[in-house]
Write a protein that binds this ligand. Structure first.
Ligand code: B4P
Length: 190
């Protein structure tokens, strides 16, 4: 199994690039954002709680997302590998992911960190809000999401850097150009 984390600030292109990666490398896409939005759409108790936080641009508690991820990994033991999109977002989640993968006789090989400037992130997310109308894509919430990324989530990069697994990628340019940069790293490390 070859597992990757795709990481970066909100709007960096994690979801966009994950779709291309799973198609080329036949991996399983695991997006905590998508799972949480599914819970919200189905109005489950978890979704109702998560919505209050997501609508403010805050993170959902670690124990909730860790539990979600654990179940999925345990139920998919025979896949080529996972692409973890939007998880881990805290050091606690990063440590938990190392423990869960180890318990399932696998590991995370790389964290691909998409680097994009703040102005472009805001521009992309506001454009998405016109197209998709996501409740958390408005300027006030976007500003808080970027702040949470800088204050909390950026530490995840440092955690992976200590074990030599952090691979920064220039996240600007066309979607295809960025995908080529990611494939180069995957092919070199597989
Ligand atoms: P996510 O769904 O992960 O949302 P995101 O950070 O906005 O990334 P996304 O993948 O959607 O956007 P992308 O960069 O691809 O999380 C949403 C919320 O859920 C979080 O704020 C948090 O509250 C909660 N949550 C999720 N996981 C959690 C966790 N582990 N712990 C706690 N809470 C959690 O794309 C953005 C836009 O840019 C798109 O419109 C795309 O078309 C465009 N784009 C992409 N690449 C481009 C390019 N090269 N050029 C121009 N535009 C581009």
């Amino acid at each position: 199994m070859f597992n990757i984390v795709i990481f970066g600030p909100p709007g960096a292109g994690k979801g966009t690039q994950s779709k291309l990666i799973i198609e080329k490398y036949k991996m399983v896409h695991l997006s905590t954002g998508d799972i949480l939005r599914g819970e919200i759409a189905n109005k489950t108790p978890l979704g109702i709680e998560a919505k209050k936080l997501i609508d403010k641009g805050e993170l959902v508690p670690d124990n909730i997302v860790i539990k979600m991820i654990t179940g999925i990994i345990e139920n998919n033991k025979n896949v080529n590998g996972f692409i973890f999109d939007g998880f881990p977002r805290t050091t606690e989640q990063a440590k938990a992911l190392d423990e869960i993968t180890k318990a399932n006789n696998t590991s995370v090989s790389l964290l691909i960190c998409l680097r994009v400037g703040e102005e472009e992130l805001i521009e992309r997310l506001l454009k998405r809000s016109e197209l998709e109308g996501r409740a958390d894509d408005n300027i006030e919430v976007i500003t808080n999401r970027i702040k949470v990324y800088n204050d909390v989530s950026s530490q995840v990069g440092e955690y992976y850097s200590k074990t030599g697994r952090l691979k920064p990628v220039n996240g600007t340019g066309s979607i295809e150009e960025i995908f080529d940069r990611i494939c180069y790293i995957i092919d070199k490390n597989r």
